[in-house]
Design a protein. Structure first.
Length: 257
């Protein structure tokens, strides 16, 4: 009787484990991408016509010689962020890209698609500016490192970054072989050696999404001579930008050189 119950319990655990694994595999992009609403804005926009999508880009403070490309977090609305970012960087033209299915963009988000869109944006505006800096937050840090590894970038700013989504997910789901399950790897640490731009990493002291180990591994991947790191104390992953020190240190870094 006990042996039968043990076998039944083991079978039940196998079913639960397998079912959960299948669910995570099938629905993985719903965990990674959280599309935002199409919110109307008074700022001018540009459209990148890609083969399988139309990508919307909000343009702030147009016609400056220096530019910033900013790639947001996985649930960040560019339209809602636009006013504040425009006010914080008045001397730069800032481009805010809606990821596919976010805001006014069409298509489906995915790692290769976001990389292609980001490079298309850089290439579309590169002749209009003397210097182009790139910034990213959370998920957007992986997109930013991809651009910086493949294009000439003046400065690279990474806010609450990680080494790879694989490692972030492995910490969250330690019982599963995440490397084999994930479609989108977002491996920033593997690209760090290809980046020549001065790089600034901003950490939230109480980041509840990205562990310090994940940031530390990314830091170790960079040449220390090109890297500076700052921690915003008392802040978490989602409220780091509400700290008055946040934009001040970003402004100082981007304006240098």
């Amino acid at each position: 009787m006990i042996a039968d119950l043990s076998k039944l319990l083991i079978l039940l655990l196998i079913v639960i484990y397998t079912g959960t694994g299948i669910y995570l595999y099938v629905e993985q992009r719903k965990f990674l991408y959280h599309p935002t609403e199409d919110i109307k804005t008074d700022y001018p926009t540009m459209t990148l016509k890609q083969k399988d999508a139309s990508v919307n880009v909000i343009v702030l403070n147009g016609e400056h010689e220096n530019a910033i490309l900013y790639f947001g977090g996985n649930a960040e609305s560019m339209a809602q962020s636009a006013d504040y970012i425009a006010g914080q960087f008045p001397g730069f033209t800032v481009y805010l890209m809606d990821y596919r299915s976010y805001g006014a963009s069409t298509g489906k988000p995915g790692e290769e698609a976001l990389y292609a869109d980001a490079l298309a944006l850089y290439d579309a505006i590169k002749l209009e500016h003397r210097r182009i800096s790139v910034g990213g937050r959370s998920l957007g840090t992986a997109v930013a490192t991809y651009v910086a590894a493949r294009r000439e970038v003046s400065k690279l700013a990474l806010i609450t970054p990680f080494d790879s989504i694989v490692n972030v997910a492995q910490e969250r789901y330690p019982l599963y072989p995440v490397h084999f399950l994930l479609h989108d790897k977002y491996d920033s640490s593997s690209r760090a050696g290809q980046i020549r731009a001065d790089t600034f990493i901003v950490i939230a002291e109480h980041d509840e999404i990205i562990s310090f180990e994940r940031v530390e591994k990314l830091i170790e991947a960079f040449n220390p001579e090109q890297l500076s790191v700052e921690m915003i104390k008392g802040r978490g992953h989602n409220d780091i930008s509400s700290d008055e020190r946040y934009y001040k240190i970003m402004q100082d870094f981007i304006a240098e050189g």
